[in-house]
Design a protein around this ligand. Sequence first.
Ligand SMILES: *[C@@H]1O[C@H](CO)[C@@H](O)[C@H](O)[C@H]1NC(C)=O
Ligand SMILES: *[C@@H]1O[C@H](CO)[C@@H](O)[C@H](O)[C@H]1NC(C)=O
Ligand SMILES: *[C@@H]1O[C@H](CO)[C@@H](O)[C@H](O)[C@H]1NC(C)=O
Length: 428
Amino acid sequence: MDRESKPLGLKNTLFLVGGAIGTIVLMVVIIVIFIFATKPDSSPSKTPEELVDDALSAMPIIDGRNLFASNIRELVFNDLSKFNFSTNLNETYPWSESSRTQTDLPKLRDGRVGAVFWSALVGCQSQHKDAVSETLEQVDIIQRLIHLYKEDLRLVLTAQELEEAIEGKVIGSLISIGAGQSIQSSIAVLRQFYQLGVRSVALTQECHTPWADSSVDKGNITSSGISAFGELIIEEMNRLGLVIDLSYASKDAALSTLKHSVAPLIFSTSGAHSICPDPRNLDDEVLKLVAEKNGVIMVRVDAHNLECAGRPGTIQDIAEHIDYIRTTSSIDNVGIGGNYDGTHNPALDLEDPSKYPDLFLELATTQRWSQEDLEKLSGRNLLRVFKSVEQVRDILMTREPIQTTITKHELEQKRVDQSCMTAKYKEL
Ligand SMILES: *[C@@H]1O[C@H](CO)[C@@H](O)[C@H](O)[C@H]1NC(C)=O
Ligand SMILES: *[C@@H]1O[C@H](CO)[C@@H](O)[C@H](O)[C@H]1NC(C)=O
Ligand SMILES: *[C@@H]1O[C@H](CO)[C@@H](O)[C@H](O)[C@H]1NC(C)=O
């Protein structure tokens, strides 16, 4: 028995020791796997440069507002033969003479821009006059620009087409309307702009429309920021699948629209009021409601976010707006809407869209921005909003087009100059 139990005891000991070692090795392996699995998507060894490079490769920038089209009108009267968008326009007359132009194709490519909302913007002076034809000319020039440079630009009408353009390394090009005066208080005109490929409309810019208030215009304010007719315009935009843009809207107009719209919406070019108290910038109440409603605030890179500092603004100032909006709304509600070609003074070191990656680097260097966070900022948040706008459109598909027209009474309430109008309006 003894002779037999001895080897058995040895075997047992070996078995126990081996088992213990095996268990320890297994635990170490599990712990190591656990540590790596729970780490954020980026390994700690990635430099900020690598983080930005990976983020912008996975999701390039979707820029919420670019006013290049308005400069084609201002500088060359809509004649595309007068310049070559594939060259450095800052070195080509008359662009080289203008302080309000920053965009060309090489700079968009260098800036890792994957899509642009090309804004068709007409000024307040055209309101109740030739706003509609001026806007049509802007839509036309954007379409012709896209067609002429089809190796680099592609017209995009749906979220899926936007993703495909980005995948195919062409710049997804969306047409947006930069101010509500473009529709001349007509839901029919709004619908026809959609037919022409417009996918986003801002309710106002620097002046009120008869149905929505601007943050810049202080006269003749509507109590809730938008009128009853304005609510119908919002409903029709939801029905059509048009992205509502609240940049420049008054606080009341923004709050009312956020509450009334079924679909999430965007601020295509904006900033944080707490960082810079410009009337266009959003206070915390609005920032929090945008988060509740799943919208996105696309941060601009120019004076309105900067001039309150009393010194030339820097890339750090813009990063501060982005960080503040991230903290007050959430990481799901920030985006980029530079407003290039609509400004004379972008931030120092962000003088044209080729510098966008430096802004991302500024954020990545703080170590508070993971690759996933940077991708949300560059484009994923906007893409999410665009998709939900389309989902809402699909749900509302059975609704009839809205047939209501604005009344004489509503125009008079806003003291609209009707001297250039010949249309017959209902009294009430
Ligand atoms: C712009 O210039 C490039 C060469 O620099 C040329 O290949 C291209 O055809 C030009 N495009 C237009 C529209 O003139
Ligand atoms: C124009 O832009 C290019 C590319 O960003 C840059 O290399 C060049 O220095 C600029 N030229 C002038 C005159 O600013
Ligand atoms: C309201 O609008 C009219 C016409 O644009 C203007 O003359 C008037 O001054 C405005 N009222 C206020 C309080 O700003």
